[in-house]
Design a protein around this ligand. Structure first.
Ligand code: HEM
Length: 395
């Protein structure tokens, strides 16, 4: 029989500006306190250890997404029934409509398009010598690839980054960032609904196949709009975050760049290591459907559970020297930054393709990154830089 421990508690707000800038000591404290820790400031149970995060993600019948994955109810109400916030048959159905377009096989024709775009972008930036690794590099590739892939029309693209960022801010607790974000999420939803109503998506795109599914009676208009946003909203900031962090990590760890230059076959592993160490998504929520326990800590029915991928990825109970950046880390692939289980990231094939293409293009000429003063972007869910000034050396 499992012994039920007293619930450990943590008082700090882990969404203040300071905590978003420096989250890792909070995550360590949460891991050390126990398998599930009650966060007084957010009325939620945080799960920060690797094994427990995996258990929660692998048990969707108990730790449900259908009642929302945000830490506040207005955001949960707004996303009810989308891919991220559904379970069971409905979730499987929504994933079937779209996810086949993102399998490695389906992405094969994209490989050349992404590689060519990455090569051209990197050649241009290397010729300039100095640039912003976020504004000029990390944002440029996903913005040139993903909206076309999803089929978003040209008009309205100027709002995409603002809307996508707001989408992630809205999933935090109802703090000032989430409150400011919610109306912007409404704008994005209204725009998506108009696209579906007018059939205004690019031919041959993911959006076009969603509309075809609607015409075959497989999804409703509302599901159609949600599917468009399901794939657009998480596809930009996440990849942008990973590329910005990669350049910063290689700038601060030049020996790791040298190692990768010597063994370019490690590039896929290096991408996993960047996502492990600087997980772009801090954590998503679940709702406990019944009285349950996590690692022996009782969690009541109706509890909000905060699954901290970013904390699990630095758990010393699982990874050796978890705070060390090591492109050859043998178990980097076990990182949970893309989630795990039924809700595991549906777009990770595309994200990895983009990040690897950029790093591969840089590996060809850049010997060293000289960093300027980086600036953090503050978002409830996304850990990222607003800018990373860099000068690249090719000697
Ligand atoms: C480095 C880049 C990325 C990271 C770190 C990332 C991370 C994640 C994580 C942690 C989840 C799990 C959600 C959960 O547990 O509830 C997720 C789900 C998802 N991601 Fe990503 N993502 C990335 C890129 C992308 C891209 C490029 C797309 C679209 C093209 C995308 C589409 C999705 C979708 C649709 C889901 C929902 C899956 C479901 O609920 O079944 N992601 N992602």
């Amino acid at each position: 029989m499992t012994t039920v421990q007293t619930t450990p508690q943590y008082d700090a707000d882990i969404y203040t500006d300071a905590a978003l800038r420096e989250p890792y000591e909070h995550y360590r404290a949460l891991r050390d306190l126990g398998p599930a820790v009650y966060l007084r400031a957010h009325d939620a149970w945080a799960v920060a250890r690797y094994d427990d995060v995996k258990h929660v993600l692998a048990t969707p019948e108990v730790f449900r997404s259908a009642e929302g994955i945000a830490l506040n109810e207005p955001a949960n109400a707004a996303i009810l029934g989308c891919t991220l916030a559904s379970d069971g048959e409905r979730h499987a159905h929504l994933r079937r409509i779209v996810a086949h377009r993102l399998t490695p096989r389906a992405l094969r024709p994209m490989r050349q398009v992404v590689t060519d775009a990455a090569d051209a972008l990197v050649a241009d930036l290397v010729a300039r010598g100095s640039f912003d690794a976020v504004g000029d590099l990390a944002r440029a590739l996903p913005l040139s690839i993903v909206p076309d892939f999803i089929g978003w029309p040209e008009e309205g693209r100027e709002h995409l980054l603002r809307w996508a960022g707001a989408n992630f801010d809205s999933f935090g607790p109802l703090n000032a960032r989430a409150e400011a974000a919610l109306p912007q999420c409404g704008e994005m939803a209204a725009y998506g609904a108009a696209l579906v109503r007018d059939g205004n998506v690019l031919p041959g795109s993911l959006g076009a196949s969603v509309l075809e599914a609607r015409d075959r009676g497989e999804v409703t208009d509302e599901q159609c709009m949600m599917l468009m946003l399901d794939y657009l909203a998480p596809s930009l900031d996440t990849t942008i975050s990973a590329v910005g962090s990669a350049i910063w990590l290689f700038g601060t760890h030049p020996e790791q760049w040298e190692r990768l230059r010597a063994e370019p076959d490690l590039v896929a592993n290096a991408v996993q290591e960047v996502v492990r160490l600087e997980s772009p998504i801090r954590g998503f929520g679940r709702l406990a459907a019944e009285d349950t326990e996590i690692g022996g800590v009782a969690v009541p029915a109706g509890a909000r559970v905060l699954v901290l991928y970013a904390a699990a990825n630095r758990d010393e109970r699982h990874f050796a020297d978890p705070d060390t950046f090591d492109v050859a880390r043998p178990d980097a692939l076990e990182q949970l930054g893309f989630g795990f289980g039924e809700h595991g990231c549906a777009g990770q094939g595309l994200a990895k393709l983009e990040i690897q293409a950029l790093l591969t293009a840089l590996l060809r000429t850049v010997t060293r990154f000289e960093l300027g003063e980086p600036e953090r972007a503050l978002n409830n869910l996304i850990r990222a830089f607003a800018s990373v000034p860099v000068t690249v050396h090719t000697d």
